[in-house]
Design a protein around this ligand. Sequence first.
Ligand SMILES: O=C(CO)[C@H](O)COP(=O)(O)O
Length: 163
Amino acid sequence: MTTKRWRIAVGSDEAGYEYKNAIVRDLQQDPRVEVVEDFGVSNGEVTPYAEVGLAVAEAVASDQVDRAVLVCGTGIGMAISANKVPGVRATTVHDGYSCERSVLSNNCQIIALGQRVVGLELARRLVTEWLGYEFDPSSPSSSKVGVITAYEQRNATGPTVCG
Ligand SMILES: O=C(CO)[C@H](O)COP(=O)(O)O
């Protein structure tokens, strides 16, 4: 069990607004959390999920926060968007095992949830459990994540052209 106090960003589009607010409230009351940054959206605001996902992922990449939770209708668009930011590993999670492995196997800094896919209580529980996981850099999974990092670093000046 980790003793770290996390700096967490949370963001959603309008399809994830209710869950985002519930998760922000939970995190604000969690003693393992040092700070919660709410990246919106605000009530009634319509913003493409990618704008929020990219802004939150940049906050992770720049070390403004340690980790983040994103919510949209499915959690898919948010994860795709966040993964475009170099250094960020984000995934959609809707079950406890994937949530655990997203950290312990993949060293993901971001989980994405779908408000139209899972119930609110499961989403809240996943976030609570997620806070208890911390990647072990000395684990056998580390070199596998390193393949991803090395690929990013080799291609840091521009996208790979295939074919
Ligand atoms: O779930 C979403 C993106 O993955 C988003 O909340 C809704 O996107 P849309 O189906 O394109 O409106």
